[in-house]
Ligand binder design. Structure first.
Ligand code: GDP
Ligand code: ZN
Length: 316
């Protein structure tokens, strides 16, 4: 049978088959990914083939035999030196980045870093400017400015209010038939939006952050949920962000779509758009065709890991 992994508890996997039934599955055999040392062989979102194995009590059981090639996957690296990688989730159609101007502020450096990671993971990113019910004229102009900037780069942007429901239907429409994730700083309104989309879905987010507050260490697993309108959400409690992808300096520019487009016009085919002569990216920058904030983020990422980003990205 074929199915999709909705939940993993380390050794057991909840698989939803094409007929809608769920099976509690184990794995048999080795599942490895070339080039990485992953701690979990099967991840939430994986499309698998499995054999059914009868029933234990109410539960139908199965054995996973094969994992289809993943279209994409997001990872978390262990903090120690073992360099082990945990696959958080796979086959993600899109990630919505929740952005607010203030309460809390979301800086363009954070947005750009996030978008670069999404590009590196090969996951479509959509920017949701939330809390538009709270902005004054000046702030509204700033949101419009940012939305224009990111649309021109190629990212869809929607101004929404999770609280009043404004444009929530647009988000719902974009989610149809897809597997989505929500990301963004704590307090930007992710839970409020998910609640507006599906009132009865109680994601773990609240529960986990409560445990965090009490200082308990919790191992958290991603989980997939079906929504009532034919959409799926992958919830990653305690992993608010997207992880950090290791990138070579040469490839970072490729994850800025507007830079990548110009690269072939740079004098040097391996141009890093720094001090090289006849760089098409720098020329476009001088002419105002590329936003300075984007180029500044590029330089920051080129310079190395930004600790603040890591903290924002991992903790709630
Ligand atoms: P999360 O940490 O991203 O899940 O954020 P929450 O959903 O918990 O929202 C944080 C706070 O912002 C809560 O007090 C929400 O009521 C509030 N909030 C969320 N969305 C909106 C919105 O669109 N407008 C306004 N005014 N407040 C919002
Ligand atoms: Zn260049």
């Amino acid at each position: 049978m074929k199915g999709t992994v909705y939940k993993s508890t380390g050794s057991w996997y909840l698989v939803k088959a094409e007929d809608g039934k769920t099976y509690n599955c184990r794995i048999k055999g080795k599942f490895r990914i070339k080039g990485i040392k992953n701690t979990n062989p099967v991840a939430v979102g994986d499309k698998v083939s499995f054999d059914t194995e009868g029933q234990q009590g109410e539960e139908q059981q199965g054995v996973i035999k094969k994992i289809d090639e993943r279209e994409n996957y997001i990872i978390r690296k262990s903090v120690n030196l073992s360099k082990q990688t945990h696959i958080i989730a796979s086959n993600i159609d899109q990630v919505f980045l929740m952005v607010t101007l203030n309460n809390p502020p979301t800086f363009t450096s954070f947005i750009d870093r996030f978008l670069v990671t999404a590009e590196a993971y090969d996951i479509k990113a959509v920017i949701l400017f939330n809390k538009i019910d709270t902005y004054n004229e000046e702030e509204t102009l700033e949101i419009k400015f940012l939305a224009k900037l990111y649309r021109e780069v190629g990212y869809e942007c929607i101004g929404i209010s999770a609280k009043t429901g404004k444009n929530v239907d647009k988000v719902r429409e974009m989610m149809l038939d897809k597997t989505s994730m929500f990301s963004g700083h704590s307090g930007t309104g992710k839970s409020t939006l998910i609640n507006a989309l599906e009132p009865d879905l109680n994601l773990k987010t609240a529960e986990i952050s409560e445990q965090h507050r009490q200082g308990q260490h919790t191992t958290t697993f991603a989980e997939m949920f079906d929504l009532s309108f034919n959409a799926r959400i992958i919830d990653t409690p305690g992993i608010k962000g997207f992880g950090v992808v290791d990138m070579e300096k040469e490839e970072i520019g490729d994850y800025f779509p507007e830079f990548f487009e110009l690269k072939q016009d740079c004098k040097f085919h391996n141009c890093l758009h720094l001090e090289e002569p006849k760089c098409a990216v720098k020329e476009a920058l001088e002419e105002g065709e590329i936003a300075w904030s984007r180029y500044k983020s590029y330089l920051q990422i080129m310079e190395g890991e930004d600790e603040n980003y890591r903290i924002d990205n991992y903790s709630n």
